[in-house]
Every structure is written in C-alpha cells, then in structure tokens.
Design a protein around this ligand. Structure first.
Ligand code: COA
Length: 184
C-alpha cells in the first residue's frame, strides 16, 4: 500500500500517483462519468494525465497552495476509486471550490460520495483553515445533490442554462457550507 494521507470510515486518501493515471484517463472519459464533469470534453491520453498528476503532487514550499487534489480508494484495495479536490483556494477569502469524481459507476449510490464530502470538508476546515467551501453541480445530478446535502452542503442558488450537456443547456446549482454551520 502506498502512503496514506488521511482516512475516513471506509476510504483512504492520498496524493495521486503516476500509477493511477491509466485509471483516471479511462474513468474521466467514460461518458457516464464525464457528462457531469468540467473535464473530459476533449479527449486526452495517459501522458497528459501523468503530467497533470505530476503538477498536482508537488510538495508545497509554502502555505499558499491554491489546489489540493487527493485520490481516494476503498480500504483493503490498492487501486483508486476516484479523486476529490479543493480548487481556487483563496488565502484572503478563505474559500475554495470542491469537486469529486467516483470513477467506477458500479460503486455509485453506496454512500461513498457523502463520505468523501465529509472527509474533505473536515480537511478544508480543520487543516486548511477555510471558512467556506462551495461547489457547482448540474441540476439533474440528483445523486450528487443528495450526497452533498447529506454531507452538509446547502443550496444557495441556480445559474440558469449554465451548462451544455449532451445537446441541451442545463441549470447549474451552487451549494456551499460555512465553517460555523458545519458539524463533523
Ligand atoms: C456524484 C457522486 C460523487 C455521488 O456519489 P455517490 O457515492 O454516488 O453518492 P451517495 O451514495 O453518497 O448518495 C447518492 C444519493 O443518490 C441516491 N441515488 C442513487 N441513485 C440514484 C438515481 N439514479 N437517481 C437519483 N438518486 C439516486 C441515493 O439513494 C443517495 O440518496 P439518499 O441520501 O437519499 O440515500 C458520484 O455519483 C459520481 O462521482 N458521479 C459521476 C461524476 C460526478 O457527477 N461528479 C460530481 C460532479 S458535481
């Protein structure tokens, strides 16, 4: 097993490894997965995924990293199940945008999404000292919206027809959690 950075009840979390690249290259381009993601609108190969991972796993020299990405997997398994990141971390506003992908659709709906959300919120608030974590989700991604609400996110607003997905414009839901209202 490679180095583990943090754990939740059923999952481990660590920096993405080069050995994850083939899995993520396949998973992020699976039509079932990529329809709800910002990435995956253009084809990409393992070499570009490896380069992306190398950029996102450099040890930070100072406490001003703007993106933190973790691969996560099921305890007892070495291979990754998905990835989750805090992006556009603002040192001034103490906020960040959170994202998640579970790359194996057969594992959806088993509560892993909310478990990752809870673990990443704990990391955001207790390790990175953030004040607010927000996310954007397609309005028809009910699986995601239910998982995020279960983890403590509340709906804050809708951007009408913000996303173009499989031939139609979809509304985008903005959700957020503030540290004072967050319960571990
Ligand atoms: C969105 C995603 C992270 C959610 O993770 P998950 O592990 O599937 O979520 P959970 O199991 O914690 O919760 C899923 C909820 O949706 C419900 N659900 C399951 N299948 C469903 C379906 N077909 N339609 C509607 N709801 C469904 C579950 O019952 C559960 O709701 P509950 O709290 O009422 O029981 C995961 O499905 C995923 O990675 N999808 C592909 C990529 C993606 O959408 N990323 C997020 C972009 S914002």
């Amino acid at each position: 097993m490679t180095v583990v950075y943090m754990e939740s009840e059923r999952l481990w979390f660590r920096a993405p490894e080069q050995s994850d690249a083939a899995f993520f290259t396949q998973a992020l381009q699976d039509p079932r997965v990529r329809r709800n993601l910002l990435v995956g609108r253009y084809p990409f190969n393992v070499a570009s995924e490896e380069a992306w991972m190398a950029r996102h796993s450099e040890p930070p020299a100072m406490d001003n990293q703007t993106d933190v990405v973790m691969a996560f997997g099921i305890k007892g398994e070495d291979r990754a199940l998905g990835a989750s990141g805090l992006h556009r971390i603002s040192a001034i506003h103490r906020n960040a945008e959170w994202g998640i992908t579970i790359g194996r659709p057969e594992e959806w709906g088993k509560g892993y999404g909310r478990e990752v959300a809870r673990a990443m919120l704990k990391y955001a608030f207790e390790t990175l000292n953030l004040h607010r974590v927000y996310l954007r989700v397609n309005a028809d991604n009910m699986r995601g919206i239910k998982a995020y609400k279960a983890a403590g996110f509340v709906e804050e607003g809708i951007s009408r027809q913000h996303m173009f997905v499989e031939g139609e414009y979809l509304d985008m839901v903005q959700m957020g959690v503030l540290r004072p209202e967050w319960r571990d």
